[in-house]
Design a protein around this ligand. Structure first.
Ligand code: NBP
Length: 479
Protein backbone atom coordinates (compact mmCIF):
# COMPACT_ATOMS: atom_id res chain seq x y z
CA UNK A 1 0.00 0.00 0.00
CA UNK A 2 1.29 3.51 -0.87
CA UNK A 3 1.90 5.45 2.27
CA UNK A 4 1.02 9.10 2.67
CA UNK A 5 3.58 11.88 3.14
CA UNK A 6 1.46 13.64 5.72
CA UNK A 7 -1.66 13.20 7.78
CA UNK A 8 -3.98 16.16 8.30
CA UNK A 9 -6.28 16.18 11.33
CA UNK A 10 -9.08 18.75 11.10
CA UNK A 11 -10.72 19.72 7.81
CA UNK A 12 -12.16 23.06 8.85
CA UNK A 13 -11.42 26.22 6.86
CA UNK A 14 -7.64 26.08 7.36
CA UNK A 15 -7.08 22.31 7.41
CA UNK A 16 -9.04 21.73 4.19
CA UNK A 17 -7.28 24.50 2.31
CA UNK A 18 -3.80 23.55 3.50
CA UNK A 19 -4.54 19.95 2.49
CA UNK A 20 -5.52 21.05 -1.02
CA UNK A 21 -2.42 23.24 -1.26
CA UNK A 22 -0.20 20.30 -0.19
CA UNK A 23 -1.96 18.03 -2.66
CA UNK A 24 -1.46 20.55 -5.50
CA UNK A 25 2.28 20.40 -4.79
CA UNK A 26 2.28 16.62 -5.22
CA UNK A 27 2.24 15.40 -1.62
CA UNK A 28 0.17 12.34 -0.78
CA UNK A 29 -2.17 12.90 2.13
CA UNK A 30 -4.32 11.06 4.60
CA UNK A 31 -6.99 13.19 6.22
CA UNK A 32 -9.24 12.81 9.24
CA UNK A 33 -11.99 14.97 10.67
CA UNK A 34 -13.81 14.38 13.96
CA UNK A 35 -17.17 14.77 12.23
CA UNK A 36 -16.91 12.16 9.51
CA UNK A 37 -19.46 13.84 7.25
CA UNK A 38 -17.09 16.81 6.86
CA UNK A 39 -14.32 14.52 5.60
CA UNK A 40 -16.71 12.72 3.24
CA UNK A 41 -17.90 16.04 1.80
CA UNK A 42 -14.30 17.20 1.42
CA UNK A 43 -13.41 14.13 -0.63
CA UNK A 44 -16.62 14.33 -2.65
CA UNK A 45 -15.92 17.95 -3.55
CA UNK A 46 -12.14 17.82 -4.04
CA UNK A 47 -10.88 14.24 -4.04
CA UNK A 48 -11.15 13.53 -7.77
CA UNK A 49 -7.69 12.91 -9.23
CA UNK A 50 -5.91 13.65 -5.96
CA UNK A 51 -3.78 11.33 -3.82
CA UNK A 52 -5.85 11.93 -0.70
CA UNK A 53 -7.08 9.07 1.48
CA UNK A 54 -9.73 9.56 4.15
CA UNK A 55 -9.34 7.86 7.50
CA UNK A 56 -12.35 6.99 9.68
CA UNK A 57 -10.36 7.36 12.86
CA UNK A 58 -6.95 8.39 14.11
CA UNK A 59 -5.72 4.75 14.19
CA UNK A 60 -6.55 4.50 10.50
CA UNK A 61 -4.82 7.79 9.76
CA UNK A 62 -1.62 6.80 11.57
CA UNK A 63 -1.53 3.41 9.84
CA UNK A 64 -1.54 5.12 6.41
CA UNK A 65 1.58 7.22 7.08
CA UNK A 66 5.18 6.54 6.09
CA UNK A 67 7.99 6.73 8.62
CA UNK A 68 8.65 9.00 10.38
CA UNK A 69 4.99 9.90 10.55
CA UNK A 70 4.22 13.56 9.94
CA UNK A 71 0.84 14.77 11.21
CA UNK A 72 -0.50 18.31 10.85
CA UNK A 73 -3.17 19.13 13.42
CA UNK A 74 -5.50 21.97 12.31
CA UNK A 75 -8.12 22.17 15.04
CA UNK A 76 -9.24 24.96 17.33
CA UNK A 77 -6.55 26.04 19.81
CA UNK A 78 -6.84 24.99 23.45
CA UNK A 79 -8.74 21.90 24.61
CA UNK A 80 -9.23 20.52 21.08
CA UNK A 81 -5.47 20.48 20.41
CA UNK A 82 -4.87 18.92 23.83
CA UNK A 83 -7.49 16.24 23.15
CA UNK A 84 -6.12 15.34 19.70
CA UNK A 85 -2.57 15.05 21.08
CA UNK A 86 -3.79 12.78 23.89
CA UNK A 87 -5.56 10.55 21.39
CA UNK A 88 -2.61 10.42 19.01
CA UNK A 89 0.10 9.85 21.58
CA UNK A 90 -0.46 6.09 22.14
CA UNK A 91 -0.42 5.61 18.36
CA UNK A 92 2.91 7.33 17.71
CA UNK A 93 6.52 6.18 17.93
CA UNK A 94 9.76 7.94 18.80
CA UNK A 95 10.88 10.08 15.86
CA UNK A 96 7.35 10.85 14.66
CA UNK A 97 6.49 14.50 14.02
CA UNK A 98 3.39 16.24 15.29
CA UNK A 99 2.67 19.77 14.06
CA UNK A 100 0.10 22.10 15.62
CA UNK A 101 -0.79 24.66 12.94
CA UNK A 102 -3.52 26.41 14.95
CA UNK A 103 -3.29 29.67 16.84
CA UNK A 104 -2.06 28.08 20.06
CA UNK A 105 -0.61 30.08 22.91
CA UNK A 106 3.18 29.79 22.70
CA UNK A 107 3.37 28.78 26.37
CA UNK A 108 1.11 25.78 25.66
CA UNK A 109 3.35 24.93 22.71
CA UNK A 110 6.44 25.18 24.87
CA UNK A 111 4.89 22.85 27.44
CA UNK A 112 3.76 20.34 24.79
CA UNK A 113 7.18 20.44 23.09
CA UNK A 114 8.86 19.51 26.38
CA UNK A 115 6.33 16.83 27.31
CA UNK A 116 6.44 15.18 23.88
CA UNK A 117 10.23 15.41 23.65
CA UNK A 118 10.36 13.23 26.78
CA UNK A 119 8.52 10.57 24.75
CA UNK A 120 10.76 11.02 21.69
CA UNK A 121 8.02 12.77 19.63
CA UNK A 122 9.14 15.85 17.70
CA UNK A 123 6.53 18.52 18.35
CA UNK A 124 6.30 21.60 16.13
CA UNK A 125 4.18 24.69 16.80
CA UNK A 126 3.63 26.42 13.48
CA UNK A 127 1.95 29.78 13.08
CA UNK A 128 -0.12 29.93 9.90
CA UNK A 129 -1.24 33.26 8.52
CA UNK A 130 -3.17 34.36 5.47
CA UNK A 131 -6.64 33.05 6.23
CA UNK A 132 -8.52 30.80 3.85
CA UNK A 133 -6.95 32.16 0.67
CA UNK A 134 -3.44 32.07 2.07
CA UNK A 135 -3.86 28.48 3.23
CA UNK A 136 -5.10 27.47 -0.22
CA UNK A 137 -2.59 29.30 -2.41
CA UNK A 138 0.39 30.34 -0.26
CA UNK A 139 0.38 31.13 3.46
CA UNK A 140 3.06 32.67 5.61
CA UNK A 141 4.28 29.85 7.87
CA UNK A 142 6.13 30.31 11.17
CA UNK A 143 7.41 26.94 12.42
CA UNK A 144 9.32 26.33 15.64
CA UNK A 145 9.74 23.53 18.16
CA UNK A 146 11.76 20.33 17.78
CA UNK A 147 14.67 21.23 15.48
CA UNK A 148 15.05 17.58 14.42
CA UNK A 149 11.70 17.85 12.61
CA UNK A 150 12.75 20.72 10.35
CA UNK A 151 14.86 18.79 7.77
CA UNK A 152 11.94 16.35 7.36
CA UNK A 153 9.13 18.88 6.98
CA UNK A 154 11.00 21.83 5.40
CA UNK A 155 10.46 20.94 1.73
CA UNK A 156 6.75 20.25 2.20
CA UNK A 157 5.97 23.53 3.95
CA UNK A 158 8.31 25.67 1.87
CA UNK A 159 6.62 24.22 -1.23
CA UNK A 160 3.18 25.44 -0.17
CA UNK A 161 4.23 28.78 1.38
CA UNK A 162 3.90 32.16 -0.31
CA UNK A 163 7.05 33.30 -2.13
CA UNK A 164 8.80 36.67 -2.42
CA UNK A 165 11.33 36.79 -5.26
CA UNK A 166 11.44 32.99 -5.09
CA UNK A 167 12.08 32.95 -1.31
CA UNK A 168 9.48 30.94 0.64
CA UNK A 169 7.70 32.72 3.50
CA UNK A 170 8.50 29.78 5.76
CA UNK A 171 11.69 29.61 7.82
CA UNK A 172 12.61 27.80 11.00
CA UNK A 173 12.31 30.16 13.96
CA UNK A 174 13.72 28.24 16.90
CA UNK A 175 12.96 25.76 19.63
CA UNK A 176 9.92 25.38 21.87
CA UNK A 177 7.20 27.95 21.35
CA UNK A 178 9.26 30.22 19.05
CA UNK A 179 7.00 29.71 16.01
CA UNK A 180 3.76 30.40 17.86
CA UNK A 181 5.42 33.34 19.62
CA UNK A 182 6.26 34.99 16.30
CA UNK A 183 2.71 34.28 15.10
CA UNK A 184 1.37 35.96 18.25
CA UNK A 185 3.45 39.07 17.52
CA UNK A 186 2.25 38.97 13.91
CA UNK A 187 -1.34 39.00 15.14
CA UNK A 188 -0.59 41.83 17.57
CA UNK A 189 0.91 43.89 14.76
CA UNK A 190 -2.18 43.07 12.70
CA UNK A 191 -4.34 44.54 15.50
CA UNK A 192 -2.19 47.69 15.42
CA UNK A 193 -2.30 48.11 11.64
CA UNK A 194 -6.08 47.63 11.59
CA UNK A 195 -6.65 50.11 14.40
CA UNK A 196 -4.45 52.75 12.72
CA UNK A 197 -6.35 52.41 9.45
CA UNK A 198 -9.69 52.55 11.27
CA UNK A 199 -8.65 55.76 13.05
CA UNK A 200 -7.57 57.34 9.76
CA UNK A 201 -10.89 56.38 8.12
CA UNK A 202 -12.78 57.87 11.05
CA UNK A 203 -10.84 61.13 10.82
CA UNK A 204 -11.32 61.28 7.05
CA UNK A 205 -15.05 60.86 7.42
CA UNK A 206 -15.82 62.85 10.55
CA UNK A 207 -13.09 65.50 10.76
CA UNK A 208 -12.53 66.08 7.03
CA UNK A 209 -16.07 65.30 5.89
CA UNK A 210 -14.99 63.06 3.00
CA UNK A 211 -17.36 60.72 1.23
CA UNK A 212 -16.53 57.02 0.95
CA UNK A 213 -15.42 57.08 -2.68
CA UNK A 214 -12.97 59.91 -1.96
CA UNK A 215 -11.66 57.95 1.01
CA UNK A 216 -11.29 54.85 -1.17
CA UNK A 217 -9.46 56.93 -3.80
CA UNK A 218 -7.00 58.04 -1.12
CA UNK A 219 -6.29 54.52 0.05
CA UNK A 220 -5.81 53.39 -3.53
CA UNK A 221 -3.36 56.23 -4.15
CA UNK A 222 -1.52 55.47 -0.91
CA UNK A 223 -1.24 51.85 -1.96
CA UNK A 224 0.98 52.99 -4.81
CA UNK A 225 3.58 54.30 -2.34
CA UNK A 226 5.27 53.54 0.95
CA UNK A 227 2.03 52.32 2.54
CA UNK A 228 1.48 49.60 -0.06
CA UNK A 229 -0.04 46.67 1.81
CA UNK A 230 -2.86 44.15 1.84
CA UNK A 231 -4.79 45.96 4.58
CA UNK A 232 -4.67 49.28 2.70
CA UNK A 233 -5.91 47.51 -0.46
CA UNK A 234 -8.83 45.80 1.25
CA UNK A 235 -9.79 49.01 3.06
CA UNK A 236 -10.21 50.74 -0.32
CA UNK A 237 -12.43 47.86 -1.47
CA UNK A 238 -14.43 47.91 1.78
CA UNK A 239 -15.08 51.67 1.47
CA UNK A 240 -16.48 51.24 -2.06
CA UNK A 241 -18.85 48.43 -1.12
CA UNK A 242 -22.53 49.49 -1.27
CA UNK A 243 -25.42 48.20 0.79
CA UNK A 244 -28.67 47.01 -0.80
CA UNK A 245 -30.02 50.59 -0.83
CA UNK A 246 -26.87 51.98 -2.46
CA UNK A 247 -25.45 53.54 0.70
CA UNK A 248 -21.90 52.68 1.86
CA UNK A 249 -22.05 49.26 3.52
CA UNK A 250 -19.55 50.19 6.27
CA UNK A 251 -21.95 52.80 7.60
CA UNK A 252 -24.42 50.01 8.35
CA UNK A 253 -21.88 47.75 10.07
CA UNK A 254 -21.99 47.83 13.87
CA UNK A 255 -19.00 49.64 15.43
CA UNK A 256 -18.12 46.84 17.87
CA UNK A 257 -14.96 44.82 17.24
CA UNK A 258 -14.50 41.32 18.59
CA UNK A 259 -11.24 39.56 19.36
CA UNK A 260 -10.08 35.99 19.83
CA UNK A 261 -7.23 36.68 22.23
CA UNK A 262 -3.91 36.88 20.41
CA UNK A 263 -3.84 40.70 20.78
CA UNK A 264 -4.43 40.38 24.52
CA UNK A 265 -1.70 37.73 24.76
CA UNK A 266 0.73 40.09 22.99
CA UNK A 267 -0.09 42.99 25.30
CA UNK A 268 0.16 40.75 28.37
CA UNK A 269 3.49 39.40 27.21
CA UNK A 270 4.80 42.94 26.74
CA UNK A 271 3.86 43.78 30.33
CA UNK A 272 5.55 40.58 31.55
CA UNK A 273 8.71 41.49 29.63
CA UNK A 274 8.67 45.22 30.58
CA UNK A 275 8.53 46.25 26.91
CA UNK A 276 6.60 49.47 26.10
CA UNK A 277 4.29 47.99 23.47
CA UNK A 278 1.96 50.96 23.58
CA UNK A 279 0.42 50.89 20.13
CA UNK A 280 -0.70 47.25 20.03
CA UNK A 281 -1.95 47.56 23.62
CA UNK A 282 -3.98 50.65 22.61
CA UNK A 283 -5.41 48.70 19.69
CA UNK A 284 -6.56 45.96 22.09
CA UNK A 285 -8.03 48.55 24.47
CA UNK A 286 -9.78 50.30 21.57
CA UNK A 287 -11.55 47.03 20.67
CA UNK A 288 -12.58 46.65 24.30
CA UNK A 289 -13.98 50.19 24.36
CA UNK A 290 -15.75 49.58 21.04
CA UNK A 291 -17.53 46.61 22.62
CA UNK A 292 -19.18 48.93 25.19
CA UNK A 293 -21.64 50.22 22.61
CA UNK A 294 -24.65 51.00 24.78
CA UNK A 295 -22.47 52.72 27.35
CA UNK A 296 -20.93 54.86 24.57
CA UNK A 297 -24.34 55.77 23.18
CA UNK A 298 -25.44 56.96 26.64
CA UNK A 299 -22.18 58.88 27.14
CA UNK A 300 -22.53 60.57 23.73
CA UNK A 301 -25.91 61.97 24.77
CA UNK A 302 -24.49 63.17 28.09
CA UNK A 303 -21.03 64.40 27.10
CA UNK A 304 -21.64 65.96 23.69
CA UNK A 305 -20.80 65.35 20.07
CA UNK A 306 -18.04 65.99 17.58
CA UNK A 307 -17.49 69.57 16.27
CA UNK A 308 -17.82 70.65 12.63
CA UNK A 309 -15.59 69.35 9.85
CA UNK A 310 -12.46 71.05 8.50
CA UNK A 311 -13.21 73.58 5.70
CA UNK A 312 -12.73 72.17 2.19
CA UNK A 313 -9.64 74.18 1.14
CA UNK A 314 -7.62 72.72 4.04
CA UNK A 315 -8.52 69.10 3.44
CA UNK A 316 -5.71 68.19 1.02
CA UNK A 317 -3.10 69.25 3.57
CA UNK A 318 -4.78 67.15 6.23
CA UNK A 319 -4.93 64.13 3.93
CA UNK A 320 -1.17 64.32 3.43
CA UNK A 321 -0.83 64.62 7.20
CA UNK A 322 -2.95 61.50 7.72
CA UNK A 323 -0.79 59.60 5.25
CA UNK A 324 2.38 60.58 7.12
CA UNK A 325 0.81 59.83 10.50
CA UNK A 326 -0.27 56.37 9.37
CA UNK A 327 3.19 55.59 8.03
CA UNK A 328 5.06 56.91 11.08
CA UNK A 329 2.75 55.27 13.62
CA UNK A 330 2.99 51.97 11.76
CA UNK A 331 6.75 52.22 11.99
CA UNK A 332 6.50 52.74 15.75
CA UNK A 333 4.22 49.71 16.02
CA UNK A 334 6.68 47.43 14.21
CA UNK A 335 9.54 48.88 16.24
CA UNK A 336 7.72 47.93 19.43
CA UNK A 337 6.84 44.48 18.07
CA UNK A 338 10.46 43.74 17.23
CA UNK A 339 11.54 45.12 20.64
CA UNK A 340 9.23 42.60 22.27
CA UNK A 341 10.56 39.76 20.14
CA UNK A 342 14.13 40.76 21.06
CA UNK A 343 13.22 40.65 24.77
CA UNK A 344 11.48 37.28 24.39
CA UNK A 345 14.40 35.84 22.42
CA UNK A 346 16.74 36.80 25.27
CA UNK A 347 14.44 35.40 27.93
CA UNK A 348 13.71 32.10 26.17
CA UNK A 349 17.13 31.51 24.63
CA UNK A 350 15.80 31.76 21.06
CA UNK A 351 18.03 33.01 18.25
CA UNK A 352 15.11 34.58 16.40
CA UNK A 353 16.13 35.54 12.83
CA UNK A 354 14.62 39.04 12.81
CA UNK A 355 15.37 39.84 9.16
CA UNK A 356 13.87 36.52 8.05
CA UNK A 357 10.79 37.20 10.18
CA UNK A 358 10.25 40.46 8.28
CA UNK A 359 10.58 38.47 5.05
CA UNK A 360 8.17 35.76 6.25
CA UNK A 361 5.51 38.44 6.61
CA UNK A 362 6.13 40.04 3.21
CA UNK A 363 3.66 37.75 1.48
CA UNK A 364 0.90 35.30 2.30
CA UNK A 365 -0.25 37.00 5.48
CA UNK A 366 -2.59 39.77 6.58
CA UNK A 367 0.17 42.29 7.41
CA UNK A 368 2.03 41.80 4.12
CA UNK A 369 3.46 45.09 2.89
CA UNK A 370 6.24 46.74 0.97
CA UNK A 371 7.51 48.26 4.21
CA UNK A 372 8.62 44.84 5.54
CA UNK A 373 11.33 44.80 2.86
CA UNK A 374 12.78 47.97 4.45
CA UNK A 375 12.71 46.25 7.86
CA UNK A 376 14.56 43.26 6.43
CA UNK A 377 17.21 45.67 5.05
CA UNK A 378 17.53 47.30 8.45
CA UNK A 379 18.30 43.97 10.13
CA UNK A 380 20.92 43.25 7.46
CA UNK A 381 22.88 46.44 8.15
CA UNK A 382 26.06 46.23 10.20
CA UNK A 383 25.94 47.01 12.97
CA UNK A 384 22.30 46.03 13.40
CA UNK A 385 20.49 49.07 14.89
CA UNK A 386 19.41 48.92 18.52
CA UNK A 387 15.83 49.49 17.41
CA UNK A 388 14.20 50.32 14.10
CA UNK A 389 13.87 53.94 15.25
CA UNK A 390 17.67 54.09 15.37
CA UNK A 391 18.09 52.74 11.86
CA UNK A 392 19.38 55.56 9.60
CA UNK A 393 16.73 54.91 6.94
CA UNK A 394 13.79 54.84 9.34
CA UNK A 395 15.12 57.76 11.41
CA UNK A 396 15.13 59.88 8.25
CA UNK A 397 11.63 58.67 7.32
CA UNK A 398 10.32 59.62 10.75
CA UNK A 399 11.92 63.05 10.71
CA UNK A 400 10.22 63.81 7.41
CA UNK A 401 6.84 62.38 8.48
CA UNK A 402 6.87 64.07 11.86
CA UNK A 403 5.20 67.40 10.99
CA UNK A 404 2.26 65.71 9.28
CA UNK A 405 1.96 63.17 12.10
CA UNK A 406 1.64 65.96 14.67
CA UNK A 407 -0.91 67.75 12.48
CA UNK A 408 -2.99 64.58 12.23
CA UNK A 409 -2.92 63.98 15.99
CA UNK A 410 -3.86 67.64 16.59
CA UNK A 411 -6.73 67.21 14.13
CA UNK A 412 -8.00 64.30 16.22
CA UNK A 413 -7.52 66.08 19.53
CA UNK A 414 -9.04 69.34 18.22
CA UNK A 415 -12.12 67.56 16.88
CA UNK A 416 -12.56 65.33 19.91
CA UNK A 417 -12.10 62.17 17.84
CA UNK A 418 -10.33 59.29 19.55
CA UNK A 419 -7.13 58.28 17.76
CA UNK A 420 -5.38 56.31 20.50
CA UNK A 421 -3.01 54.39 18.25
CA UNK A 422 -1.86 57.43 16.24
CA UNK A 423 -1.51 59.46 19.45
CA UNK A 424 0.21 56.83 21.60
CA UNK A 425 2.69 56.14 18.82
CA UNK A 426 3.59 59.83 18.76
CA UNK A 427 3.93 59.89 22.54
CA UNK A 428 6.24 56.87 22.35
CA UNK A 429 8.30 58.56 19.64
CA UNK A 430 8.62 61.75 21.68
CA UNK A 431 9.48 59.77 24.80
CA UNK A 432 12.00 57.60 22.97
CA UNK A 433 13.88 60.54 21.45
CA UNK A 434 13.95 62.45 24.75
CA UNK A 435 17.44 62.27 26.27
CA UNK A 436 16.26 63.86 29.53
CA UNK A 437 12.78 62.69 30.44
CA UNK A 438 10.40 63.20 33.35
CA UNK A 439 11.14 60.11 35.46
CA UNK A 440 13.41 62.15 37.77
CA UNK A 441 10.20 63.51 39.30
CA UNK A 442 8.87 59.98 39.74
CA UNK A 443 12.10 58.84 41.43
CA UNK A 444 11.86 61.85 43.78
CA UNK A 445 8.18 61.16 44.58
CA UNK A 446 8.88 57.49 45.29
CA UNK A 447 11.70 58.46 47.62
CA UNK A 448 9.54 61.12 49.29
CA UNK A 449 6.59 58.92 50.20
CA UNK A 450 8.20 55.48 50.34
CA UNK A 451 11.94 56.00 50.91
CA UNK A 452 12.53 53.99 47.72
CA UNK A 453 15.78 55.93 47.10
CA UNK A 454 16.96 57.50 43.83
CA UNK A 455 20.00 57.64 41.58
CA UNK A 456 21.85 60.84 40.62
CA UNK A 457 22.99 61.92 37.16
CA UNK A 458 26.44 62.77 38.54
CA UNK A 459 27.03 59.39 40.18
CA UNK A 460 27.26 55.77 39.20
CA UNK A 461 23.76 54.25 38.80
CA UNK A 462 24.52 51.60 41.39
CA UNK A 463 24.77 54.26 44.11
CA UNK A 464 21.40 55.14 45.61
CA UNK A 465 20.44 58.17 47.69
CA UNK A 466 17.68 59.10 50.09
CA UNK A 467 16.71 62.63 51.09
CA UNK A 468 14.95 63.45 54.37
CA UNK A 469 12.39 65.51 52.45
CA UNK A 470 10.21 66.51 55.40
CA UNK A 471 13.02 66.77 57.93
CA UNK A 472 16.31 68.56 57.57
CA UNK A 473 16.50 68.02 53.77
CA UNK A 474 19.83 66.24 54.04
CA UNK A 475 20.69 63.75 51.29
CA UNK A 476 22.50 60.57 52.24
CA UNK A 477 23.92 57.76 50.11
CA UNK A 478 22.50 54.35 50.96
CA UNK A 479 24.78 51.40 51.66
P1 NBP B 1 -12.70 25.73 11.87
O1 NBP B 1 -13.65 26.17 12.92
O2 NBP B 1 -13.04 25.95 10.44
O3 NBP B 1 -12.40 24.16 12.06
C1 NBP B 1 -12.13 23.64 13.32
C2 NBP B 1 -11.69 22.19 13.17
O4 NBP B 1 -11.37 21.70 14.48
C3 NBP B 1 -12.77 21.28 12.62
O5 NBP B 1 -12.17 20.34 11.77
C4 NBP B 1 -13.32 20.62 13.90
O6 NBP B 1 -13.88 19.35 13.67
C5 NBP B 1 -12.04 20.47 14.66
N1 NBP B 1 -12.23 20.19 16.09
C6 NBP B 1 -12.79 20.92 17.06
BR1 NBP B 1 -13.57 22.55 16.82
N2 NBP B 1 -12.76 20.34 18.26
C7 NBP B 1 -12.16 19.16 18.05
C8 NBP B 1 -11.83 18.10 18.89
N3 NBP B 1 -12.07 18.16 20.20
N4 NBP B 1 -11.23 17.01 18.35
C9 NBP B 1 -10.99 16.96 17.04
N5 NBP B 1 -11.26 17.96 16.16
C10 NBP B 1 -11.84 19.06 16.67
O7 NBP B 1 -11.31 26.39 12.26
P2 NBP B 1 -10.17 26.96 11.29
O8 NBP B 1 -10.56 28.32 10.85
O9 NBP B 1 -9.78 25.94 10.28
O10 NBP B 1 -8.97 27.15 12.36
C11 NBP B 1 -8.16 26.09 12.79
C12 NBP B 1 -7.01 26.68 13.56
O11 NBP B 1 -6.27 27.57 12.68
C13 NBP B 1 -7.44 27.56 14.75
O12 NBP B 1 -6.51 27.44 15.78
C14 NBP B 1 -7.41 28.95 14.18
O13 NBP B 1 -7.24 29.95 15.16
C15 NBP B 1 -6.21 28.86 13.26
N6 NBP B 1 -6.18 29.87 12.19
C16 NBP B 1 -7.31 30.22 11.53
C17 NBP B 1 -7.24 31.17 10.51
C18 NBP B 1 -8.47 31.58 9.75
O14 NBP B 1 -8.39 32.58 9.01
N7 NBP B 1 -9.58 30.86 9.84
C19 NBP B 1 -6.01 31.72 10.17
C20 NBP B 1 -4.87 31.31 10.85
C21 NBP B 1 -4.96 30.38 11.86
P3 NBP B 1 -15.48 19.17 13.51
O15 NBP B 1 -15.77 19.36 12.04
O16 NBP B 1 -15.71 17.78 13.97
O17 NBP B 1 -16.15 20.20 14.37
Amino acid sequence: MIQSDMGVVGLGVMGANLALNLSDKGFRLSVYNRTGAVASEFIRAHGQGRAIAVADDLEGLVSQLGSPRVILVMVTAGRAVEGVIEQLLPLLEAGDILIDGGNSNYQDTDRRWRALAAKGIHFVGMGVSGGEDGARFGPSLMPGGAAAAWPVIRDMFQAIAAKVDGMPCCQWLGEGGAGHYVKMIHNGIEYGDMQLIAEVCHLMQHALGLDHDTMADCFEAWNGGRLESYLIQITARILRQRDRDGSPLVDSILDKAGQKGTGVWTAQDALDNAVPLTLISEAVHARMLSARKSERVAAAALLGSVPAVVPEPDRAVYLDALHDALYAAKLVSYTQGFMLMQAAAGKNGWALPFGDIALLWRAGCIIRSRFLGDIKNSFERQPVPLSLLQDPFFAAELRSAQAGWRKAVMLAVGHGIAAPALGSALAFYDGYRCARGSANIIQAQRDFFGAHAYQRIDRDETTRFHTRWMGDGVEEPLP
